[in-house]
Design a protein around this ligand. Structure first.
Ligand code: ADP
Ligand code: MG
Length: 279
C-alpha cells in the first residue's frame, strides 16, 4: 500500500504464535459441535501464514481463539518473543474482517481513529495517526468523506487502515477481500504483500482463495473439513517482493496444484457430509 508507513514503533515485538493441540467444542441448543480437533500450527514471527480450508471447517474459530476472544476447549495458545521465551505481555493485535461495519455517520478519519479514541488518545494525536494509516492504504485525501461516498474496495481499505492505525504487532485477516470484484482484489493483494514485507508484522491470513494464499503467504496450512485439523503444511518458496508476476514463476503452478488437490478432497468430503461434526 502506498506511503511509507512506518513500520512498527519502538519496542514492538513480532511474536511467533503457537497453537498446540487446540480443540474447540461449541455448545449449541443442547448438542455439541466439534469445530477444531487437535490443531497444531505455528505462525512464524514477521511472516505471513495463510489458512485455507472448506467452508465451516473452523477457520474463523481459529482466528477468534488466536485473538483471545474465545478460549480453546483443549490445548494452548502461546506467543513467543525473539528470545525464544513466552512474551511477558500479550501482543497488540488487530483484525480485518470481510464484513466489517464502518459507522456511516462518522467521517473516514473518525472511523479509522475509533480504536484510538476508545483507548483515550487525544484528538490531535489521533488525527495524525489516522491520516498516516489512510496514506498507507492510498486513501490520503479522503479523510473528511463518509463511508457512503466510497466504493467497496475503498471501504475495505478503510477497514485495513482501521487495523493498521493501532500499530498491531500481529495482524489477523479473515477473508479480507472476499466480497470484492476480481480486479480490485488483485490490486489490494499486491498492496498487502508490499505492506507486510515492509512492516514485518506477524500476519495470519484466512482465505478461501488458493491464489491469494500462494501469492501472499510464506506458509500455508490446509485444514480438513470439519472438524478442522491440519491436512498439510506447505512452505511457499517464491522470491520477494511478491506481485502478480509471481504467478508466472515456474513453482507457482506446483504450489497451486498441490493445495488444490488437498482442498478438493476435503471439499468433496464436506459436500458429501462425511465429515463428522458431533463431539
Ligand atoms: N457460535 C457457534 N455455535 C455453534 N456452532 C458454531 C458457532 N460458530 C461456528 N459454529 C460452527 O463451527 C464450525 C466452524 O465455524 P467457522 O469457524 O465459522 O468456520 P469457517 O470460518 O471455516 O467457515 C461451523 O460448522 C459452524 O457452523
Ligand atoms: Mg469464516
Amino acid at each position: 500500500m502506498g506511503g511509507n508507513l512506518q513500520t512498527s514503533s519502538e519496542g514492538a515485538v513480532h511474536p511467533e504464535i503457537r497453537l498446540e493441540g487446540v480443540s474447540l467444542v461449541y455448545e449449541a441448543g443442547g448438542s455439541q459441535v466439534l469445530a477444531l480437533d487437535d490443531l497444531h500450527c505455528r505462525f512464524a514471527a514477521g511472516r505471513v501464514t495463510a489458512i485455507i480450508g472448506p467452508s465451516g471447517c473452523g477457520k474463523s474459530t481459529m482466528l477468534q481463539i488466536t485473538r483471545g476472544f474465545m478460549p480453546a476447549s483443549r490445548g494452548t495458545l502461546s506467543f513467543v518473543g525473539p528470545d525464544g521465551q513466552p512474551m511477558p505481555r500479550p501482543p497488540r493485535m488487530a483484525t480485518v474482517w470481510q464484513s466489517f461495519n464502518l459507522f456511516p455517520w462518522r467521517t473516514i478519519e473518525d472511523n479509522v481513529a475509533f480504536g484510538l479514541e476508545m483507548a483515550g488518545m487525544p484528538a490531535a494525536q489521533r488525527r495524525v495517526r489516522a491520516h498516516e494509516a489512510l496514506r498507507m492504504v492510498d486513501l490520503g485525501g479522503f479523510e473528511r468523506k463518509y463511508p457512503g461516498q466510497l466504493s467497496g474496495g475503498m471501504r475495505q481499505r478503510v477497514g485495513m487502515a482501521r487495523a493498521l492505525v493501532m500499530d498491531p504487532e500481529v495482524l489477523l485477516l479473515d477473508e479480507p477481500f472476499g466480497a470484492l470484484d476480481a480486479q480490485t482484489r488483485l490490486v489490494l493483494q499486491e498492496q498487502l504483500a508490499a505492506m507486510v514485507e515492509r512492516t514485518g508484522k506477524t500476519v495470519l491470513l484466512i482465505t478461501h482463495s488458493i491464489e491469494e494464499a500462494v501469492l501472499l503467504a510464506d506458509t500455508v496450512y490446509v485444514l480438513t473439513a470439519r472438524p478442522g485439523r491440519v491436512a498439510a503444511e506447505v512452505q511457499i518458496d517464491l522470491p520477494k517482493p511478491r506481485s502478480i508476476a509471481s504467478t508466472h514463476d515456474a513453482r507457482y503452478a506446483g504450489y497451486f496444484e498441490r493445495i488444490y488437490g488437498l482442498l478438493k478432497s476435503e471439499v468433496l468430503r464436506s459436500m458429501h457430509g462425511e465429515a463428522g461434526g458431533q463431539a
